[in-house]
Design a protein around this ligand. Structure first.
Ligand SMILES: [Zn+2]
Length: 284
């Protein structure tokens, strides 16, 4: 049987200036009202008392500007890791940040230079002020135990765009085939990601793959950056697929796309690939 959050885990967070609160074991239900711990830390004695009995635990986001990036599933996290591999700075952040495996995905711990807000993107939650994040040792209702997943630092982020690519902040792919959970992902998948010598340059990919060149017969209004063509995803008699040639985004007015697609999303959709697979092919 697992014992829940260990006191040394709670104290480690405490020593880094963060607030941890206890939850009932196997649940995400806090044992008491925790609002005051957004602005003050519990004492070491309180922590020792709380975690002397088997408990789940959560860290209070926003306190000490803690901002946690919550990747809902392993495939989203993997796509992000590939993107961070693009520059030394993002790679360093991804490697050094404290990370936790959740039942389906990964939490990445950072600190925001300003008061962090809660935000939601498709497949990604940003947990800021007012948010709780379950800490290692806690037991999910399914029996899964939250586990440390590398990194010991809380890198400071001035702007989310430093750590998230624009296409992760705008697009959604509800029609995408089932994603792997972190448990289905082999260790080799993750290792390959970290040690892969292939330098994935997303900016270069996007320069080489202009959306207007990937579609047929795009008519661009003279003097504008807006184009129209027939939608490749439905039987389209009147052109209803728009292209923003400046922002390199596109979509279908008839609803085939639930959110704007960028060049990588479009390539993936046209070829029936995941974003990760598309990036690999486009980077060749
Ligand atoms: Zn369409």
């Amino acid at each position: 049987m697992t014992k829940g959050v260990q006191i040394h885990t709670a104290l480690w967070f405490f020593n880094h200036g963060f607030s941890v609160i206890p939850q009932y074991i196997h649940t995400k239900t806090p044992k008491f009202r925790w609002g005051k711990y957004q602005t003050q830390r519990p004492t070491e004695n309180e922590l020792r008392r709380w975690f002397s009995i088997p408990s789940n635990g959560a860290i209070v986001c926003g306190a000490n500007n803690l901002m946690v990036i919550d990747f809902d599933d392993a495939s989203m996290f993997t796509e992000w890791l590939m993107w961070t591999n693009m520059t030394p700075k993002t790679r360093f952040i991804a490697n050094s940040a404290y990370k936790v495996r959740t039942a389906r995905g990964v939490h990445v711990y950072t600190r925001s230079a300003s008061k962090p807000r809660n935000l939601h993107y498709p497949g990604i939650d940003i947990k800021g002020f007012g948010g709780l994040v379950t800490i290692p040792g806690s037991i999910h209702p399914s029996g899964f135990v939250y586990t440390e997943y590398g990194g010991t630092d809380f890198p400071i982020i001035s702007d989310l765009s430093e750590i998230l690519p624009s296409w992760m902040m705008i697009t959604s792919e509800p029609e995408k085939p089932q994603r792997k959970t972190i448990d289905q992902l082999s260790a080799a998948d993750i290792l390959n990601m970290d040690t892969d010598n292939t330098f994935v340059d997303l900016e270069l990919i996007k320069r080489n793959y202009r959306i207007e060149n990937m579609l047929q017969d795009v008519i661009i209004d003279s003097g504008s950056h807006w184009g129209l063509t027939r939608c490749p995803f439905h039987d389209d008699n009147s052109p209803s697929f728009w292209v923003d040639t400046a922002k390199q985004l596109c979509g279908c007015f008839s609803g085939c796309t639930s959110a704007p697609l960028d060049a990588i999303n479009l390539y993936a959709r046209l070829h029936g690939l995941s974003n990760t697979e598309a990036i690999k092919e486009m980077g060749k």
